[in-house]
Ligand binder design. Sequence first.
Ligand code: NAD
Ligand code: TDX
Length: 379
Amino acid sequence: MKSYLVTGAAGFIGSNYLKYLLTRYDDVQVVALDLLTYAGYLGTIADDIDSERCFFVRGDIGDRALADRLFAEYKFDTVVNFAAESHVDRSIENPQLFLETNILGTQNLLDAARRAWVTGRDADGRPTWRAGVRFHQVSTDEVYGSLGEEGFFTEQTPLAPHSPYSASKASADMIVCAYRDTYGMPVSITRCSNNYGPYQFPEKLIPLVINNILEGKKIPVYGRGDNVRDWLYVEDHCKAIDLVVTQGAPGCIYNVGGHNERRNLQIVETIIRTVRRLMEEEPARRTLLKRQETGPDGLPRIDWIDESLISFVKDRLGHDLRYGIDPTKITNDLGWRPETDFETGIEKTIRWNLDNHAWVEAVSGTDYQNYYEKMYAGR
Ligand code: NAD
Ligand code: TDX
């Protein structure tokens, strides 16, 4: 039985990974550690928690006593660290929280792992490690900064983050590498492009657009919508992490992405078109719309779901122009390839958001409404 600590497991990617892990392997035991900040929702993983294979602990990755207690009690051999403050816009408003969680929280977990996993010293004084242990850090392509019109990020691209969020993630990566280089700790890092799929918090572009259409609100597009992101369906990311954790060499770093680059405006237009088509094909879905004026056919109208909803707003400060991943290394070394193309993935994601509107409503309560008003007011 392998014993995993999965942090941030009640968030978007962490919850998808937890479900993937429990479905894929019978012989794993998992502690899901999550502080349940605004971005974590226990309901997302409630059905996955049981008394045998998956235990939930509410707590902070920066809490030393808690981390030591969990390592002692569950004898983890694998840590997968998803826990983070993850939203770039929020990092511009409150950088300190990002540094505390993303850098110091990661360092605290690394130290707890070191205390639990070091078995002694070799003749040269170097730490010796329990066999088969691994600390995996979930990182982002944003650590590389921004690309121009051409080229892709490889693992050799120098780190050049711009936002407080990406600077905190780059710092965490460097600390992880420092533990590898100084103590010989068996670590790995994946740097992934933008994820999308089920259970993504509605502050992020794709669920925000879907939700705003249902709410009958304008869709805020930063600048002219020319920025490019490289989109990856979340399940493909989970599979890549699993491969790296179980088969990647200790110390390795892998970029994860699938050449699905799109301009933001393209994304928004695709979502508008798809939501409208799904409402045409399945009129019962129109009950989700806040705007309920009926048309001549007696059904709620949907002719307003078009590009007129788009509102070009003030740009994000320091907005990175383009991200694009070169996934050659993970494909060659581990045989990973994305399985979901963007057209399939975006329709699945939109359907998921429509089918699970109760989940969206549960996570976007008053706190989110207040955040939205503040973040977008006067933009
Ligand atoms: P998310 O914001 O949806 O989830 C983060 C989770 O971490 C939440 O459940 C939150 O409650 C928890 N958390 C926050 N602070 C904590 C703390 N101090 N202690 C314990 N738990 C805490 O984020 P996400 O989109 O799922 O991202 C997960 C990881 O993947 C992050 O490290 C992020 O940097 C990275 N990443 C995200 C993307 C993306 O597109 N979303 C892409 C590449 C990498
Ligand atoms: O209202 C919006 N309007 C808009 O134009 C929002 C929320 C975003 N955008 C733009 C900004 C970005 O160019 O859309 C693009 C995507 O924005 P986000 O969904 O906020 O993602 P991004 O900033 O690219 O970062 C995401 O991918 C990398 C995750 O939030 C990070 O955690 C991850 O590391």
